[in-house]
Design a binder for this molecule. Structure first.
Ligand code: 13P
Ligand code: SF4
Length: 347
């Protein structure tokens, strides 16, 4: 039963104490996040992993790329576990190293040595390592503007992997015209651009989040029609047109803080993952909150981490086994760390 599983998780946590650290992303299910030692957006969870010196076991309640990041940032003798190895991220899978190397060769041929690569943390360790090797950095949704501005101080143009929407929304906020943003299609191995090549400032990788791409202009229009006083707040992984029509856009942490600090009685339609939207509805009974798209599906991979997997993983660790260890290859970790450190130094 649920109660029995909860008691098992709680018991391991109590017995292991500080030897165990359980970070949880805001998109995790309630049944899991209730046990998190710290909740956060991607940036905070990366910072906490880098700072944690005590825990010998870090059980990451989030997706694979986050656990890889934690492994890269923690000490040799700390082990990172992911309760279910199937908790991947479809966006991270949209850029593989082979495709990225091909793209880079083609882009260097077109633009010469004028490009700095940046990657959203929602990418594999191998992509972070590629970026780190080429003097670039990682970004999260809460520091993307800062990091893109930094990148433009280094080089004339950027390659932004793998989320075209976060890249476009960020560059747009920094005043870069949409027609100076080209798109690299890794399937067609082609660059699509609307201005002369020498004017291209941003090269967006053609990747997206399959959860956030489901919020549409029609959703925003319907909300505006049905609830004229309702504000719309979305994650910047949403399409440009959706962000454009919204009142606010930002990371999961930004969304949580904005709703928390909003006036009593205010009304909000939220465009982000469902577990978080449902939690915000529960935690803010003094506000009228709905999902921007009522037919939304949750992030299926985030949801793979559930109570049974958590209980199994924790008990195995306590018994001295090593279930679902996330261990990034040392050479990859070394270069990926450069990209992460460049971000953490400025975050
Ligand atoms: P943030 O929590 O950094 O906003 O990231 C959202 C996300 O999609 C994580 O997978
Ligand atoms: Fe990946 Fe989107 Fe799920 Fe985040 S919400 S883990 S970007 S698929």
């Amino acid at each position: 039963s649920v109660e029995e599983l909860e008691a098992r998780v709680q018991a391991v946590k109590e017995r292991m104490g500080k030897r165990l650290f359980l970070p949880g992303h805001h998109y995790q299910k309630d049944e899991v996040i209730q046990f998190a030692d710290a909740r956060g957006d991607s940036l905070k969870l990366a910072q906490l992993s880098a700072e944690n010196q005590d825990a010998e076991a870090i059980v990451f309640c989030g997706v694979h790329f986050m656990a890889e990041t934690a492994d890269i940032l923690t000490k040799q003798d700390q082990t990172v576990y992911l309760p279910d190895m199937r908790a991947g991220c479809s966006m991270a899978d949209m850029a593989d190293l082979n495709q990225t190397e091909k793209a880079w060769t083609a882009l260097i041929e077109l633009f010469g040595d004028t490009i700095l690569p940046l990657t959203y943390v929602n990418s594999t360790a191998a992509i972070k390592a590629f970026v780190g090797k080429h003097e670039g950095a990682t970004v999260t949704s809460s520091n993307a503007e800062k990091m893109v501005s930094w990148a433009f101080k280094q080089k004339e143009r950027i390659l932004f992997l793998p989320d075209q929407h976060l890249g476009r929304n960020t560059a747009f906020n920094l005043g870069i015209p949409l027609n100076q943003m080209a798109v690299w299609d890794p399937m067609l191995e082609r660059l699509f651009h609307d201005c002369p090549l020498e004017e291209v400032k941003v090269i967006l990788w053609k990747g997206h989040c399959s959860v956030h791409e489901n919020f549409t202009v029609t959703n925003v229009k319907q909300v505006r029609e049905q609830f004229p006083n309702m504000k719309v707040i979305v994650h910047p992984e949403c399409r440009r047109e959706v962000v454009d029509l919204s009142d606010e856009a930002g990371s999961t942490n930004f969304i949580i803080q904005t709703i928390k600090n909003a006036p009593v009685g205010s009304a909000w339609a939220i465009g982000t993952e469902m577990n978080l939207v449902n939690r915000l509805i529960k935690e803010n009974p003094d506000k009228h909150i709905i999902s921007l798209n009522p037919n939304m599906c949750p992030c299926l991979t985030m949801n793979r981490i559930d109570l049974p997997h958590l209980a199994w993983c924790l008990e195995a660790i306590e018994q001295g086994e090593h279930p679902n260890v996330i261990e990034v290859n040392k050479d990859i970790a070394k270069d990926a760390r450069k990209a992460l450190d460049r971000m953490l130094a400025r975050a």
